[in-house]
Design a protein. Structure first.
Lengths: 576, 317, 306
């Protein structure tokens, strides 16, 4: 019996040691965080007790007049300079100098935001900016030109490892700044005239510059807030900006309030927002990794919106069901799905084979079966809604006879073996590849789908040796340069493993960046698009999909982002 | 993937009992010892099937699954990868008994083919890991000293890893695929076998007939093969029936985490995972493969329980 | 005894060191530049290059290992590549959730498993016995994520009785606790039953029964205590296993625990986080295994010599 009691004691000890460890962790959060007075994010247990749980309609403890959205994964950071993926929250808590406003005809225009106006010099090298007056940051500071300088300096400081810094690469002094040779851009790329006026100085007349100022990655930060966040973390390498809500300060319509790791983020309305406060009390982002769970939560009313990108097979159901059809929001997606053909892998060095591939894939059938027909078959690079989009481009029809003819002419009448590569864990891509695999089999083309893990996939791709693959590109800023320059330059063509050979065309893509005559520039992009896709068959364009969401009955005025991203600015949304 | 540490400890404890127990039934000092032993096991197993209905049914189920997997091309009504996009996501019909998946492929046919991977994943890594484990256990137990210390610490290290994570890491390192699963599962699970076999060896080594064999100069290899290994067989059978279902379940977990079987080939785990998003539309496509795993694993567990009762010379009274 | 415990604790130290080393080396041979995955399709090659350099990824392996150990000894486990926070902070934020899940699941397992085992043993070979054992075996034999999905679908979505995902109330813990606890309840029930049956064969139990004591009383007074010891050990091991992170349950039910943190880290090649989290989980299992060894040495002192 003694043995037993000893055993039990030991067991209890183990349990309590481990248990205590857990509780201790709750009481004493992150070391740097411990210095901050209130740290609700660190304590989910207290969170649950503080708020009335399961009150009324929602069991999450937040007020009713809160927009509830789902997020697939934890944010990389709320510091938008440290992410290239998670823009939804930054778009709501920060503002940029300019913003893109969609127009009713599907096109869009650039309008002032934190900047009210600008002038550009005749040589296209100097942009003079006028800041809006009296804009307040969440910490009460007033926006000045110095904050813009701080934002750029912070972005280019190599120690910060900013992920978006290349959007500023046209600024004077950029190279020296990212190498850490100069601590500030003042007097180089930025010249401050007064509190509300400053100049950007460019090295070349970079036409898409203004469009670049609209990207969330160039949200304007506040110097005092940034310094306070650095201090809280004990230095710039552990800044709490974008980590702890109280240090994550912007000028946006909402303010960071709660952040419980891997569970939810709550942003609350900014009563002093310069456009006027939002009608929402706030927005609750629930982090739910599983798409199907998120969909079930939407249907049972716990989420106000569901992005059908995460369940494309449900598109017909929502579009046709009497319960949901009025709640469907269809937005443009300024993006293109395509296959990259690697021209350095036989037999794709042969343009006839590439053209045959363009006609052998039945894009409409794929569009219908995988994406509920929501979109249109693509024949080029630029997508509807993008500046310079050419609706009159000749169609690349599905034409099995033509494909066979072209294959025969190229000497592959009986087909050949080829590989399509993709990353694992991407079931949507796999579905697409499996259909294409079956379709190409009709032509005797035997496709092996090589699933590589992401790291190897990116690694091989960088060397230019990755076999054919599919992916999509959607607009970051509204300029054709965003599409063409990202692919059709010697470096990018190697980096993305398609080894486009037409150096002449690529030189023209480079030159088009610096053309000052807008109309001539757009014409040049349309000519290039036809040359690259239809003459050289460098891509197999697939389709431009629509972006479809369903929202709950109580949601009004839901306007998707102009480029059709999953997230948008929800300032104008209100709930019944 | 559950920590099986307690089962290892239990078996180690029983190995201790073996040391004090009378010589297990059927062992004689004559050189035919191992044959006598294996005959006894055979008898015991036959007896078990005659008396234990559950065991007989379980064995039959397993056999049926194996036959189905082996002759999949003959049994399956359709080719498992034949797509028909117009027929996608159908509920069960006369044409498709278990409906169709997102590409209009026949779920039943895919399950029949999927049985191959699920069974292989159950059997092959178990065999590999147990071979490695038995070998290392015998060496550690018989040689003792530094060899023993080294092997056992290595085993401790492996037993300390969260096995699912280790398998994932291995899969990411050497690339995903069936072979990877075999390697990963073999690699993470030999340690238990090694510990148990070592314990058995330590007990058996002190038996008079082993000591006698040593004293007349029988070679080490011969002693290990003739005297030690055969006496480990009952325990090994138990370990085997314990590891097979564990590995089948591990594969389905790995499929869920994206490092299991890779399409277009499929396992039951992967089928559940990929049909999950159609759960509200065609629940049968998610239910059926899950039930298949459940039945197979239960059959192995039932059989394991029965075998443990029937053949274990020192685990029961 | 004390000597054995001390010895056992000392052997855990080299194991721990080996584990750290193996994890570090495994991560080094993982293919691919973690930064390119981290930054995705839109990343500019020049930025990837700059960030990789800044993070010291191009230093020799041993330099990096040395730096890692040195920093770790000073309590600095690095900053997550993906989540841009201190690894130690992330673990501190996630572990309490894993603890809550482990406690709920264990409570479920113990409250269901032990009585079920006792009932089964008393009603041996009756219908109740077979029924209980079948349920136990279903728990042990079903793929966790499949069961989790079905429970979530039925109770969370169709019947709307319980929340689908998250962990900010006790209601949220019910389904995960059941699914995670079922398998261990199953093995506990099976072990209680077989140990009880074993003990009940002993002479003193037979004597007690022949004296006319009710089976329940016999079980309670004599058999239970003797048969519970190995069960306690089993429970300890299972508890440690759950504390090291219930990867699948946490993923399906959206619980921000150690398991999900680790799996996300693997998928994102988030080296610092992966190292930190794996070392942490491994430490828990080592402690669990150590506790089991010590408990077994109480059960059977002979095992100490092994």
């Amino acid at each position: 019996m003694k043995k037993l009691s000893l055993l039990l004691i030991l067991c209890l000890l183990l349990t309590s040691v481990v248990g205590c460890g857990g509780e201790k962790a709750v009481e004493a959060p992150a070391e740097p965080a411990a210095e901050t007075p209130a740290d609700p994010a660190a304590d989910p247990a207290a969170e649950a007790e503080e708020k009335p749980v399961a009150s009324g309609k929602f069991d999450d403890g937040y007020p009713e007049n809160v927009l509830r959205l789902g997020l697939q994964g934890e944010l990389e950071s709320a510091d938008v300079q440290l992410t290239t993926a998670d823009y939804t929250i930054p778009m709501n808590i920060y503002d940029c100098l300019f913003e893109v406003q969609p127009k009713d005809d599907g096109s869009s225009e650039i309008v002032g935001n934190l900047a009210t106006d600008f002038e550009v010099s005749d040589d296209g090298l100097v942009y003079t900016m006028h800041l809006r007056e009296g804009v307040k940051f969440h910490n009460g500071e007033i926006l000045t030109s110095d904050d813009v300088l701080y934002t750029v300096d912070r972005m280019l400081n190599p120690e910060r490892m900013a992920r978006n810094s290349d959007s500023m690469s046209m600024l004077k002094g950029f190279d020296a700044a990212v190498e850490g040779e100069i601590p500030t851009m003042e007097g180089e790329g930025i010249v401050i005239i007064d509190d509300n006026t400053f100049e950007f100085h460019l090295t070349k007349a970079f036409s898409p510059f203004l469009a670049n100022l609209c990207v969330p990655g160039f949200s304007i930060y506040n110097r005092e807030a940034g310094d306070a966040a650095d201090e809280a973390g004990g230095g710039s390498d552990n800044s709490q900006f974008g980590v702890l809500p109280e240090y994550t300060i912007g000028t946006g319509a909402f303010m960071m309030k709660d952040w419980v790791l891997n569970d939810h983020i709550y942003i609350e309305k900014n009563p002093d927002y310069w456009k006027g406060p939002s009608k929402l009390d706030g927005i609750l982002f629930k982090i739910v990794p599983d798409n199907e769970t998120r969909r079930m939560m939407f249907e049972s009313g716990q989420l106000d919106e569901f992005d059908l990108d995460d369940a494309r097979e449900q598109i017909p159901y929502y579009m046709e069901s009497a319960e949901w059809e009025d709640n469907v929001i269809i937005g443009n997606r300024v993006g293109t799905f395509y296959y990259h053909i690697n021209e350095s892998i036989a037999p794709f060095e042969n343009v006839l084979v590439r053209k045959a591939m363009q006609h052998a894939i039945d894009k409409q059938a794929i569009l219908d079966s995988l994406y509920g027909g929501a979109g249109e078959v693509a024949s080029g690079i630029l997508a509807p809604g993008m500046m310079g989009y050419n609706a009159d481009l000749p169609k690349l029809e599905y034409d099995p006879d033509l494909a066979r003819e072209l294959l025969a002419e190229a000497g592959y009448a009986d087909g050949f073996e080829m590989t399509i590569s993709q990353t694992t864990d991407s079931p949507n891509t796999l579905s697409l590849n499996e259909i294409v695999q079956a379709q190409l089999a009709e032509f005797g083309i035997e496709v092996t789908i090589d699933q590589m893990d992401e790291a190897s996939w990116f690694d091989v791709r960088r060397t230019g040796a990755l076999p054919m693959y599919t992916t999509s590109w959607s607009a970051d800023f509204n300029d054709p340069d965003n599409f063409l320059y990202s692919f059709f330059t010697p470096a990018n063509s190697l980096n993305r493993s398609f080894n486009y050979y037409n150096t002449d065309a690529m030189a023209r893509v480079e030159a088009a960046r610096y053309m000052l005559d807008h109309d001539a520039r757009m014409q040049e992009y349309q000519d290039l698009e036809k040359l690259i896709i239809q003459d050289d068959a460098a891509w197999i364009p697939l389709f431009h999909l629509k972006h479809i969401w369903v929202v709950s009955d109580r949601v009004n005025n839901y306007v998707p982002f102009w480029a059709g991203w999953s997230g948008a600015n929800y300032w104008g949304v209100y709930l019944d | 993937m559950f920590n099986q540490y307690h089962l290892i400890k239990e078996l180690e404890l029983h190995a201790l009992d073996l040391k004090d127990a009378r010589r297990p039934a059927g062992i004689d000092e004559n050189p035919e010892a191992e044959i006598a032993e294996s005959e006894t096991i055979k008898d015991q197993i036959l007896h078990m099937f005659k008396t234990n209905k559950v065991a007989a049914v379980s064995a039959l189920v397993i056999l049926l699954f194996i036959l189905m997997a082996t002759f999949a091309p003959l049994v399956a009504p359709y080719h498992p990868n034949a797509q028909s996009l117009v027929d996608r996501l159908q509920d069960p019909t006369a044409k498709h008994w278990l409906g169709t998946d997102e590409f209009g492929r026949d779920v039943l046919s895919r399950m029949i083919y999927g049985a191959r991977i699920s069974l292989l994943v159950g059997l092959i890594p178990t065999t590999i890991s147990m071979t490695i484990g038995t070998l290392l256990g015998l060496i550690a137990g018989y040689k003792g000293g530094r060899t023993d210390y080294f092997i056992m610490r290595l085993a401790d290290v492996l037993l300390a890893f969260p096995s699912l994570l280790l398998a994932m890491l291995i899969a990411y390192t050497i690339g995903k695929g069936l072979l990877t699963i075999f390697i990963a599962l073999s690699f993470v699970s030999w340690a238990g076998t090694a510990r148990v076999v070592r314990s058995l060896t330590l007990s058996l080594r002190e038996k008079e007939y082993v000591e006698a064999a040593v004293s007349v100069g029988v070679s080490k290899t011969k002693i290990i093969l003739r005297h030690l290994l055969p006496n480990c067989i009952p325990t090994l059978i138990i370990l085997f029936t314990m590891n097979v279902p564990g590995n089948i379940l591990s594969e389905s977990s790995l499929s869920f985490l994206g490092v299991g079987a890779q399409p277009p080939s499929t396992s039951w785990g992967l089928m559940v995972f990929r049909s999950k998003k159609y759960l509200s539309k065609t629940p049968i496509a998610t239910l059926a493969p899950g039930v298949a795993v459940l039945i197979l694993v239960m059959a192995f567990n039932f059989l394991g329980d029965a075998l443990r009762d029937a053949i274990d010379p020192y685990m029961k009274e | 005894m004390t000597k054995y415990i001390i010895r056992r604790i000392l052997t855990a130290i080299p194991i721990m060191i080996a584990v750290v080393f193996i994890i570090f080396m495994l991560l080094q041979v993982l293919p691919g530049n973690p930064i390119s995955i981290m930054m995705g399709e839109k990343a500019k090659p020049a930025v990837i290059e700059r960030v990789s350099r800044e993070l010291g990824l191009y230093d020799p392996v041993l330099v990096r290992f040395g730096r890692y150990v040195w920093n770790a000894l000073h309590g600095d486990f690095g900053r997550s590549y993906k989540l841009n926070r201190q690894v130690s902070d992330l673990i501190k934020l996630s572990f309490p959730n894993t603890v809550r899940l482990a406690i709920s699941a264990s409570l479920f397992a113990w409250l269901m498993g032990i009585p079920a085992g006792i009932i089964s043993a008393i009603k041996r070979n009756k219908f109740v016995d077979h029924f209980v054992m079948a349920i136990a075996l279903v728990g042990i034999s079903s793929p966790v994520f499949w069961g989790a999905m079905l429970l979530q679908f039925v109770f969370g979505f169709k019947l709307k009785l319980l929340p689908l995902s998250g962990y900010n109330s006790y209601k949220h813990m019910i389904l995960p606790a059941i699914i995670l606890g079922w398998a261990s309840a199953g093995s506990i029930a099976r072990m209680v039953r077989s140990n009880l049956l074993e003990v009940m064969k002993n002479d003193y139990i037979r004597t007690a029964r022949s004296k006319g004591l009710k089976p329940w009383a016999v079980v309670y007074k004599h058999a239970l205590k003797n048969s519970l010891m190995p069960v306690v050990t089993l429970m300890a091991i299972q508890f440690a296993g759950m504390l090291s992170g219930a990867v699948i349950t946490e993923t399906v039910f959206g619980i921000g625990g150690i398991g999900r943190l680790t799996v996300d880290a693997i998928n994102n090649r988030d080296m610092p986080l992966l190292q930190g989290a794996t070392i942490f989980s491994t430490l828990i299992i080592i402690i669990g295994n150590m506790a089991a060894d010590i408990m077994y040495s109480f059960l059977d002192p002979r095992i100490r010599d092994r």
